[in-house]
Design a protein around this ligand. Structure first.
Ligand SMILES: O=c1[nH]c(=O)c2[nH]c(=O)[nH]c2[nH]1
Length: 285
């Protein structure tokens, strides 16, 4: 029985690219998941391990980031630029398929550098009855937000294992997971929820952040300030790291524009903000 190599392609899948366009103070964000698949004269690597016709997937990833330095624009146009490059620059590559998933971000109330990811949040509620009364906990999960500036992180402990560089300008992005306990019941639950969501969003946008911990506290404080009937709020917020891509090996600078959006590991920042003139609530909720 004769055995032969059939159809094949290879490439870097799911290159998470965030590009921030900083024309003046009003930023724009392009958030893409880019997958490259190349095909062509690739028999030798499969049959003998001769890699002389293989453009490494690592190079493909770097190409995506380097091309983003000149701007991304629409995914279709970016894909045409990339595809033409791979096919025209490499003799062994005869085809390039570039797939895009694009995440859309809405401005938080027309602010210049604060965004929330379209349709990301789920509203939650938990009601518990005890013999001495009911507990109502409202909340939301997965409210994805990003500030493209006004975030710093420095002055932290450095020990023998620290490599993180201090920064005075980074992207701050998180999924807000929040639950808040009502000690009096609002007349309109929906209105109370919308108010809390608004307060979380605007406090996130308005806080010049020195740490996600500080932002978390400011968000919780804002919700309690605006609704006296809320006793306590618990927040759990992953720090969705966006790493500036080093484009220097390709002769390019990167003035805070092209980022790798890592999905894991992530910092997980959690905390409770409470009224200290009320009895401590049981921790069951
Ligand atoms: O806002 C932050 N808080 C941290 O505790 C932390 N740790 C880290 O590595 N980056 C950050 N960022």
């Amino acid at each position: 029985m004769a055995i032969a190599l059939g159809g094949n392609q290879y490439g870097k899948a799911e290159v998470r690219l965030v590009r921030v366009d900083r024309d003046g103070k009003r930023h724009r964000v392009t958030d893409l998941n880019v997958s490259v698949a190349l095909s062509g004269d690739l028999t030798s690597t499969h049959l003998t391990g001769d890699n002389s016709k293989v453009l490494p997937t690592d190079t493909q990833k770097n190409t995506v980031y380097a091309f983003a330095r000149d701007g991304v624009g629409e995914a279709e146009a970016f894909g045409l630029r990339l595809g033409e490059h791979f096919v025209r620059s490499q003799k062994s590559i005869h085809g390039a398929r570039i797939d895009f998933e694009q995440y859309s971000w809405d401005r938080i109330e027309d602010r210049p550098h604060s965004f929330s990811r379209n349709g990301s949040a789920t509203r939650t509620a938990t009601v518990t009855w005890f013999e001495d009364g009911a507990h109502v906990v409202s909340g939301l999960s997965g409210l994805t937000v990003m500030n493209t500036t006004d975030s710093e992180f420095w002055g932290y402990i450095k020990d023998g294992y620290t490599t993180l560089a201090e920064t005075t300008d980074r992207i701050l992005a998180t999924d807000v997971n929040a639950r808040w306990l009502h000690h009096t019941h609002p007349t309109d639950w929906a209105e109370s929820f919308e108010q809390a969501k608004h307060d979380l969003l605007t406090a996130f946008a308005e806080t010049h952040s020195l740490s996600l911990q500080q932002t978390l506290y400011a968000m919780g404080q804002r919700v309690l300030d605006k609704q006296p009937g809320i006793a306590e709020i618990r927040l759990s917020m992953p720090n969705k790291h966006h790493f500036l891509v080093d484009l220097a090996p390709f002769g390019l600078d990167n003035p805070n524009e092209v980022f790798f959006a890592a999905d894991r590991p992530y910092g997980l920042i959690e905390g409770t903000v409470r009224r200290d003139d009320l009895p401590e609530q049981n921790s069951a909720w």
